[in-house]
Ligand binder design. Structure first.
Ligand SMILES: *Cc1c(COP(=O)(O)O)cnc(C)c1O
Length: 398
């Protein structure tokens, strides 16, 4: 039996197409920045980055200095990388050493960049998110002025981040954030036209072209998931990730017998149980106990009982033909014949968002890369990989 116990197959061609699709939504001259933080939303950052660049993204963004360094170590050398997250002094140095841009919103922070040897910075206005950035637009302008005047520091961008871009019914909050940011950025852009003004995530760029400015920072849509949590097909996005396991065992379960921890499933009639070696240790969350479907041989079966760390059980039905499913691949996210399960479907079951479903897949899940079904070689792992060796690189971005 060669099927892996838990595997995420990532179609890099889908990532490329999603990026082309997003670029076609951008207004002329605006750039696409592909967000590959959190290991490319669980898809694998190096492969996602290469595919996004091949699909027309010209920038990459991550959350941490380590993520920027790992991308460089995996041979991502041509594209600028923006580190969007908060950074300690050590991390500022690490980000700059990786030739990444960092975000600043205080004069102290600009000085820290200078002391770490200098680098490119983006000034962040907090227009309403209430996290990173300064709410004070006068201070933000002063930070920009200081960056311009500080030797070794190069101001590259002006940015903000929306709190409700994915909530169309937000009482006008998105529009107010957009207005606050636009009023601040417009004047500075006129004075310094080389600055890259950016605000939009996936939802914002699809929602309102006025939020696109010079660049959109897209994560979720790059991976073919919908930023509004609906079927990705509605916006012509193609999910890049499929999650699979296989039927490791099939057994008869007599009426009254139970399966799994806590006996959360008891058979009402004789049936067959299938066991898939995937569980919450792989990121298939325990909240999916008695609360998910699995696709096998083009048919849909309910997950029954408690999701345990390493296994789940499914109800294959009373028919003795269930015996023949032993060894068959099982799809937990993806397409099998006419049937389809999206990350959005799984998220709805868990009362969460699609982001958390793919980000939550653990390192125990093997990532396999392909281009529309044709296997691609694995990208060199980040740890210790200082060369491009092993990169599948369908298109080189030197
Ligand atoms: C994660 C992130 C993004 C990308 O958001 P998506 O909704 O995945 O497109 C953009 N900007 C910032 C600051 C982020 O943290």
């Amino acid at each position: 039996m060669s099927a892996p116990r838990a595997q995420a197959s990532v179609n890099v061609a889908a990532i490329e197409r999603n990026c082309s699709r997003l670029r076609s939504e951008l207004r002329a001259g605006a750039e696409l920045c592909a967000v590959v933080k959190a290991d490319g939303y669980g898809h694998g950052a190096p492969a996602s980055a290469h595919a996004a660049l091949a699909g027309g993204a010209s920038w990459l963004a991550v959350a941490s200095a380590q993520e920027a360094r790992e991308l460089r170590e995996c041979g991502v050398s041509g594209a600028p990388i923006l580190v969007m997250g908060a950074l300690s002094l050590d991390e500022v140095a690490e980000a700059l050493a990786a030739d990444a841009d960092v975000v600043v919103w205080s004069e102290r922070y600009v000085r820290a960049v200078a002391e770490a040897g200098g680098g490119r910075v983006h000034v962040k206005l907090d227009s309403g998110m209430g996290r990173l950035g300064t709410r004070d637009s006068i201070l933000a302008s002063r930070v920009l002025a200081l960056a311009r005047d500080t030797r070794g520091v190069e101001p590259v961008g002006l940015m903000t981040h929306f709190a409700t871009a994915d909530e169309l019914d937000d009482g006008g909050f998105f529009a107010r954030q957009l207005d606050t940011f636009a009023r601040w950025a417009r004047e500075l852009k006129l004075a310094h036209p080389q600055l890259i003004v950016h605000a939009a995530n996936s939802a914002a760029m699809l929602r309102d072209a006025d939020a696109q400015f010079d660049m959109a920072r897209c994560g979720i849509a790059v991976y073919g998931m919908d930023p509004f949590g609906v079927d990705p097909a509605e916006r012509a996005l193609q999910p890049a990730l499929a999650l699979s396991s296989y039927v490791a065992e099939v057994k008869l379960c007599r009426a009254g017998e139970s399966a799994g921890y806590g006996r959360r499933f008891t058979a009402e009639r004789d049936t067959h149980l299938g066991v898939l070696p995937i569980g919450y240790g792989d990121g298939w969350r325990r909240g999916l106990s008695n609360n998910a479907d699995v696709l096998i041989a083009g048919r849909r079966y309910p997950l029954v009982g408690t999701v345990s760390m390493d296994n789940v059980t499914i109800d294959l039905g009373a028919d003795s033909s269930a015996e023949r499913l032993r060894g068959e691949p099982a799809t937990l996210i993806g397409i099998d014949g006419e049937q389809r399960i999206t990350a959005e479907d799984v998220a709805r079951r868990l009362d969460t968002i699609n982001y958390e479903i793919t980000c939550g897949l653990t390192s125990r899940v093997a990532r396999v890369y392909h281009r529309d079904g044709v296997l691609a070689e694995p990208v060199a792992a980040a740890a210790g990989a200082s060369v491009r060796a092993g990169s599948w690189l369908p298109h080189q971005h030197a």
